[in-house]
Design a binder for this molecule. Structure first.
Ligand code: COA
Length: 259
C-alpha cells in the first residue's frame, strides 16, 4: 500500500511506520488521518506484517496534535464529524488484531498523545513530552483523549492534564504509567523492535486475543470476563495451541503457524 504521509519499512514481520510531516511536527492533517485509517486496515490484512511501530519523523516531534489550521471555520456538525472520524480511525488501531506500539520520539500533544494512547503500549525517548493542550484553543480532545487518558493514568491525573493543558516529561509519563519505558533517542526504535520481536514470535492468534480481551475491560457492551472465557476457549481450536502445548511437553521450541 502506498501512503501520502507515512514512510513504511517491513523487516522480520515488523512494520516501522514514520509519520512524515517534520516541518509541521507531524501534525495530523486530513491526509495523515486518512493514511492512518488505511494503515490499520493493511496491518490487519497483510499476512507478512506481524506487528507495527508508529513513530514520528525527526527528533523533535512524535505528533504535535491535530492540524490546527484545519479547525478554522468548522461548524458544530463538522466538528462532531471530525471527532467521529478520528475516533473511528483510532479505534481501528486500538482494536487491531496485531500489536501496535507507539515509539514516542518527541512532542506527543493533543491528537499525538491520543494516537500514542490508542496504540497497545508506548515507549518514549528521554526528550518526549506528553499533553492535551486543547483547552488553550478553547477545545477539548476529540479523538478519544478524555477517555483513554482516564483509563491509563486515572481520573485525577487525567483531569489535571486536561484542564491545565500542561505538558509532562517522559520521566513523569513513566511514573504515571502512560509509557512503559523511557530510553535515549537512539535506543527508541531498537527497544521497540526488540519488544515486538519477542511478541511476534508468540502464537499470533493468542496475541490477538490478548488485545481483544484487554480491550473488553473498557467496552461497556461486553463482559470482559465472559469475553476472556470465549477467547480462551477459541484458542483450543487452533493449531498453534496444539503446537505450543506439544512443544512444551516434548521439551522443544514451538513453531507457530498463526492457524
Ligand atoms: N497544527 C498545525 N501546525 C502545527 C502544529 C499543529 N498542532 N504543531 C506545530 N505546528 C507547526 C507550527 O505552526 C510550525 O509551523 P511553521 O514553521 O510553518 O510556522 C511548525 O509546526 C513548528 O512548530 P513551532 O511551534 O515553530 O515549534 P516550537 O518548537 O516552537 O514549539 C510546540 C513546539 C509543540 C510546543 C508548538 O508547536 C505547539 O504548541 N504546537 C501545538 C500543540 C497543540 O496545541 N496541539 C493540540 C492541537 S488540537
Amino acid at each position: 500500500m502506498s501512503y501520502k504521509t507515512l514512510l513504511t519499512e517491513l523487516e522480520n514481520g515488523i512494520l516501522t511506520v514514520t509519520i512524515n510531516r517534520p516541518d509541521k511536527l507531524n501534525a495530523l492533517n486530513r491526509d495523515v488521518m486518512e493514511d492512518l485509517g488505511k494503515l490499520a486496515v493493511e496491518i490487519n490484512a497483510n499476512a507478512d506484517i506481524r506487528g507495527a511501530i508508529i513513530t514520528g519523523s525527526g527528533q523533535k516531534g512524535f505528533v504535535a496534535g491535530a492540524d490546527i489550521s484545519e479547525f478554522v471555520g468548522l461548524s458544530v456538525t463538522e466538528g462532531m464529524d471530525l471527532a467521529r472520524k478520528g475516533q473511528s480511525i483510532f479505534f481501528s488501531i486500538e482494536n487491531n488484531g496485531k500489536p501496535i506500539v507507539a515509539a514516542v520520539n518527541g512532542f506527543a500533544l493533543g491528537g499525538g498523545c491520543e494516537l500514542a494512547m490508542a496504540c497497545h503500549f508506548r515507549i518514549a525517548s528521554e526528550n518526549a513530552k506528553f499533553g492535551q493542550p486543547e483547552v488553550n484553543l478553547g477545545l477539548i480532545p476529540g479523538y478519544g483523549g478524555t477517555q483513554r487518558l482516564v483509563q491509563l493514568v486515572g481520573k485525577g491525573r487525567a483531569l489535571e492534564l486536561l484542564m491545565t493543558g500542561g505538558m509532562i516529561d517522559a520521566a513523569t509519563a513513566l511514573q504515571y504509567g502512560l509509557v512503559n519505558y523511557v530510553v535515549p533517542q537512539e535506543e527508541l526504535l531498537p527497544k521497540a523492535k526488540a519488544l515486538l520481536a519477542t511478541i511476534v514470535a508468540k502464537a499470533p492468534l493468542a496475541i490477538s486475543r490478548c488485545i481483544s480481551s484487554a480491550n473488553a475491560v473498557f467496552d461497556e457492551n461486553l463482559n470482559g470476563f465472559e469475553a476472556e472465557i470465549a477467547a480462551f476457549g477459541d484458542c483450543f481450536d487452533t493449531e498453534d495451541m496444539r503446537e505450543g502445548t506439544s512443544a512444551f511437553l516434548e521439551k522443544r521450541k514451538p513453531v507457530f503457524s498463526g492457524k
